[in-house]
Every structure is written in C-alpha cells, then in structure tokens.
Design a protein around this ligand. Structure first.
Ligand SMILES: Cc1cc2nc3c(=O)[nH]c(=O)nc-3n(C[C@H](O)[C@H](O)[C@H](O)COP(=O)(O)O)c2cc1C
Length: 376
C-alpha cells in the first residue's frame, strides 16, 4: 500500500504509540510520535540516521542535515580503546567539534574504563549524546575483540559498560544499540534491554535481527515490540525502514518511539524528510529531480576532495556515488564507470557523460546489497 499521508493508515492499534490516538466511527486513527526525548535531549522528529561505518562521515552528515527531516545523526562507530590508548587517530571524529548539534557519537569496546574515558572526552567536545554499540556482527569486532554483538550473550558486562559510560558522560545522555541476540537460538534482547535501562541509559535502538542473521531474513517487528513492552525508556526500531510507508509500519507493529534508518539513506538521503512529513500528517515531498541529484553528487564529491585532496577524495566518493540513482534505468553504465573514477577530473567527466537526467524512477531497489561485514 502506498501511504501518502498519516491518515491513510487507519488501524486499531493494540497499544497507543507514544503520543495519542483518537477514536472515530470507522475505528481508531493512528497518530504517530512527533518528537523524541532521550534524557535531556529532545529531538524535533523521532527519525534518526544510523551510525554506518565507512559512510556517515562529516560530509554525508552535512548532506543529511541539508535535506532535512532527520532528528539526530550519528557518526560511524569509534573504537573507545583505540582512541584512549592512542593506537588509532579517530578520523571518524573529524569535524564533530564544529558541527551543528544535535549530534551523536557511537563508541564500541568491551572495557568499561575505555568507554568511561572516551565519554569524558566526548563531553569536552560538546557531543549531544553518546551511543554504545552492542550489535556489530563484524568478525573483527566480535571475535578478536569480543565486543559488538558478542556482548549480547553477557548482559552483566553490557550493564557495566553502560554504567561506566554514564559516569564519564555526566549530564550527556547515553543510549545503546543492539541486535536481538547473537543468534535465533539465543534471543537476549529483553534481558539486555533491562540491563541497559537499569544501568542508566535513556534510550535503546533495536535492529530486529540477530547477529548471525546478517541481513538474510526480514526484520522481526514482534521481537522489537517485546523489548518496547519490557522497558520504560524509549525504544527506536531499526531494520528495513526504507520509506515513509515502511517507517509507519515499523512504528505501528513495534510500538517504538522512533525509527532509525541506515542503508536506505545512503541512496536516498531525503528519506528522512519523507518519513517526518508522514509522521506529521503532511504530504510526502517528492524526491529531488535527477538534475538536483546530479548537483548534490557533484557537491558531495567536491566537499570530499576539498577535505581530503585528490585523488583520495575521489576514491572515497566512489562508494557513495555507486549508491546514487537507485531504481533508475540506465544507471548501470554510470555505476560501473564511476566506481573506478581515477581522479576529480575523471569523476566529473563520467558524471557529465553518464548521469541520466531524464529518466523515470521505476522502483526502489529493495536489496541495497550492502552488508555490515563490508564496512570499512
Ligand atoms: C556498511 C554498514 C556499516 C554499518 N556500520 C554500523 C556502525 O558503525 N554502528 C552500528 O551500530 N551499526 C552499523 N551498521 C548497522 C546499521 O546501523 C543498521 O543497524 C542496519 O543496517 C539495519 O538498518 P537498515 O535496514 O536501515 O540498513 C552498519 C550497516 C552497514 C550496512
């Protein structure tokens, strides 16, 4: 069903969704959360941009902010221990000091002292909110480091991590992001959610799959609903939200207080304004015309080159450029050329020659084909 506005979904919800619902003769008109309060931080809209390693850098976040409709953006996940011990230079924090707020930083680690110290440093940087990653299924993070989704087996350690972060963060709110559990035979999300809440976190994002599932099965809304019904802190539903319609479905099915979008925003960073419009009962804005998308692509590339120089900025831009033009016929030639663009001049030539400007959007690309395992 194509949802044009909030009133298209008239349903009798089993539980009010955060704000209110009103009765009519036909049934109950579902209304949706309009804002989201995460501790002391109030978001203008409960639609969040997920942390996406390798993608949600300064330039991408700038683009999302410009397009509007996003209540909170996260950086890519940052290794707390690597930063504190000085073994990595946290390039992923590049630009955050001067960036407009609200802005969230996500940390990962398995040592409470590391996240506590990293949280202190983030307070000094004036970050609005700190998120802890307990959902990453990457082998490098789970196996060798025993962090990310490995910790879903161990709610007690998660509680210690959250407590330590809250200590380091002081007044700055702390949230966590999880999957349902390490695998289907071990769904731990409700135990983990209780641990996260009692340790002082003010919100929790749940990606409705287990670590072992990868992206291979549809997201499980009923499991997210179980978490919503287990804790009193706001729960944000994540997984397969790719449009206003799927966002409303996720909210209706889970009772969550907000939604978080990852893969879809890489090819359609305007998805946030579509979802926010739907939540407010406003008409859903049309996607930018192809000509506008082309300008956006060139600006995106230009900013990366300005920050990182050329050809490195162009190399960084390849993976973003490959995700433009989802569902546009004739984009294949553009994609295969742009992913090997040598430098800025080559990049601009390929865009001028191959970026379609008069095509019809035929369909959304359902499977974005991007896995967490493939992130840098
Ligand atoms: C390439 C890639 C990188 C990701 N990096 C992170 C990350 O740094 N931190 C995190 O919590 N989740 C990360 N995720 C998971 C997403 O935030 C999100 O939970 C997941 O993709 C499901 O949402 P979606 O269906 O909207 O993509 C990543 C996902 C992908 C595809």
């Amino acid at each position: 069903m194509k949802v044009e506005s909030v009133t298209d979904l008239v349903t009798p919800p089993s539980r009010p969704l955060g704000t209110s619902s009103s009765s009519t003769e036909e049934g109950t008109v579902q209304t949706w959360p309009q804002k989201l309060k995460l501790g002391s931080l109030e978001l203008e809209t409960p639609v969040l941009q997920a942390p996406i390693a390798g993608f949600t850098d300064l330039v991408f976040r700038r683009l999302v902010r410009e397009l509007g409709g996003c209540g909170l953006m996260y950086t890519e996940m940052v290794s707390a221990g690597g930063w504190v011990k000085g073994t990595i230079s946290p390039e992923r924090l590049f630009g955050v000091e001067d960036e407009p707020r609200p802005l969230g930083v996500q940390l990962w680690d398995r040592e409470p002292e590391m996240v506590e110290e990293a949280a202190r440093r983030l307070v000094d940087l004036g970050i609005s909110i700190i998120d802890l990653n307990f959902g990453c299924p990457k082998k490098r993070i789970m196996g060798k480091q025993g962090a990310g989704a490995t910790l879903l087996r161990d709610p007690a350690t998660i509680a210690r991590m959250v407590e330590a972060t809250v200590r380091g963060a002081g007044e700055v709110p702390v949230t966590a992001k999880i999957r349902l559990g390490p695998q289907q035979e071990s769904i731990t999300a409700c135990d983990v959610a209780r641990a996260v809440e009692s340790a002082g976190a003010v919100g929790l994002t749940v990606h409705g799959r287990t670590a072992k599932d990868g992206y291979g099965i549809p997201v499980n809304h009923s499991r997210i609903r179980e978490v919503v019904e287990t804790v009193s802190i706001p729960v944000i539903a994540n997984g397969d939200v790719s449009s206003a319609e799927s966002a409303l479905e996720a909210l209706k099915n889970t009772g969550a207080a907000g939604v978080m979008v990852a893969r879809r925003c890489l090819s359609a960073p305007w998805v946030f304004r579509e979802i926010t419009a739907a939540l407010r009962g406003e008409p859903i804005p049309a996607p930018p015309e192809l000509e506008e998308q082309k300008e956006q692509l060139l600006r995106h590339h230009g900013q990366l080159v300005e920050l990182h120089g050329d050809p490195f900025g162009t190399v960084l831009m390849r993976k973003f450029a490959a995700r433009y033009l989802g569902g546009i016929p004739g984009a294949r030639a553009f994609r295969s050329e742009i992913t090997v663009a040598k430098d800025a001049e080559d990049f601009r030539r390929i865009v001028a020659e191959l970026f379609p400007t008069h095509a019809e959007v035929v369909a959304l690309e359902e499977d974005e084909g991007l896995q967490e395992e493939s992130c840098s």
